[in-house]
Design a protein around this ligand. Structure first.
Ligand SMILES: NC(=O)c1ccc[n+]([C@@H]2O[C@H](COP(=O)([O-])OP(=O)(O)OC[C@H]3O[C@@H](n4cnc5c(N)ncnc54)[C@H](OP(=O)(O)O)[C@@H]3O)[C@@H](O)[C@H]2O)c1
Length: 320
């Protein structure tokens, strides 16, 4: 089968397009003919050699966790799915080898849901990782409620796009940081207050609107003082969801009863089913997608590294 893979860690150029043997599904997995996959920052971080203490590799590694495609083979314990079913899912594993930048990839049945007919494979592949991440951060961890306020950093990125849509659906007031070029996009998703972080100090804008702080901060950024400022911008009893790092050591976290955690997305087919019904009903807006081809993986990783992705970059693998 055709696949994108790397034999060693390194820059985007270690990604090669070539032929690999078809993987076999494990007992509780299905093998999927992949129509499309999407690019997440974690793909390039793993490729670069980060997080080896948490996630092991077996080379050659095919990157990619998001997928949308058609089931072509069932593992021996699988009874609820059939060959020919169209699915999407998050093929997260702590040990990477057979990812979704390939014509065929295995995935746990607990991590998939049925693809609605009106969603293309390209559109569907953009959803699993970012929508599960955003839902788990805002609803499970943050317990965001109608009338509350949230700061969503990097609102025009993959996680931010869905987070804005979810927060709006809940009825929260959404503050988000993005460059002016993406204001219309973030507004269309439901953001209330847009902050161009290149010309304004987002901390001052938040303080001027919310002197007591916001109920929840979705901290998607890294940088000097960013983690500390997230705590300072949360109100007493509020919460900060960190996407990239552990919370800073600050006495005020416990003094002001702030709930702060480094969150890691969890693959969850049942949750994905609920999210898909919200996308299907039009309650949640789909993120904008830029479709590239599997063979463009090097360029796609460069684009992700540049940090300017609006919505999601999708790699179209094959027509199904
Ligand atoms: N812990 C987890 O489970 C988990 C899961 C998913 C993602 N993450 C992490 O969460 C972060 C976001 O992921 P993603 O998929 O949304 O990334 P992404 O799609 O690559 O994010 C790109 C966006 O970031 C925005 N951006 C860049 N610098 C910014 C800044 N200084 N202030 C505000 N916005 C800025 C850009 O908007 P502009 O062009 O307008 O600046 C662009 O739209 C990443 O660091 C990723 O590693 C963690």
């Amino acid at each position: 089968m055709k696949a994108v893979f790397y034999q060693q860690h390194g820059p985007a150029e270690v990604l090669q397009v070539g032929e690999l043997d078809m993987p076999e599904p494990g007992p509780d997995q299905v093998l999927v003919q992949v129509g499309a996959t999407s690019v997440n920052p974690i793909d390039r971080r793993l490729r670069a050699g980060e997080l080896t203490e948490y996630i092991s590799r077996t080379f050659p590694v095919v990157p990619g966790w998001d997928m949308a495609g058609r089931i072509v083979k069932l593992g021996e314990n699988v009874t609820d799915w059939q060959v020919g079913d169209d699915i999407l899912g998050l093929a997260f594993t702590w040990s990477i080898q057979h990812g979704s930048y390939a014509e065929y990839a295995p995935i746990d049945v607990t991590a998939i849901t049925r693809k609605p007919a009106h969603l293309s494979f390209d559109e569907a592949s953009a959803l699993p990782l970012v929508s599960l991440t955003a839902w788990q951060a805002l609803i499970e961890f943050g317990e965001l409620k109608a009338g509350q306020s949230i700061l969503i950093q990097a609102g025009s990125g993959g996680v931010g796009s869905i987070a804005i849509a979810i927060a709006k659906h809940i009825g929260a007031k959404v503050y988000t940081t993005t460059r002016q070029a993406n204001f219309e996009y973030a507004k269309s998703l439901g953001a209330d207050v847009l902050i161009d972080y290149t010309v304004e100090d987002y901390r001052e804008v938040i303080r001027s609107h919310e002197p007591d702080g916001v109920d929840l901060v979705l901290e998607c950024l890294l940088g000097e003082d960013v983690a500390e400022d997230a705590i300072r911008l949360a109100k007493d009893g509020g919460a900060v969801a960190y996407m990239n790092n552990e919370p800073p050591e600050m006495a005020e976290i416990s003094q002001r009863h702030i709930k702060a955690e480094f969150l890691h997305h969890r693959a969850d087919g049942a949750m994905l089913t609920e999210l898909l019904s919200l996308f299907e009903q039009g309650v949640l807006q789909l993120p904008e997608i830029k479709v590239m081809h599997l063979e463009d993986a090097v360029q796609a990783h460069h684009q992700s590294e540049a940090g300017r992705t609006r919505g999601k970059v999708v790699l179209h693998v094959q027509d199904i």
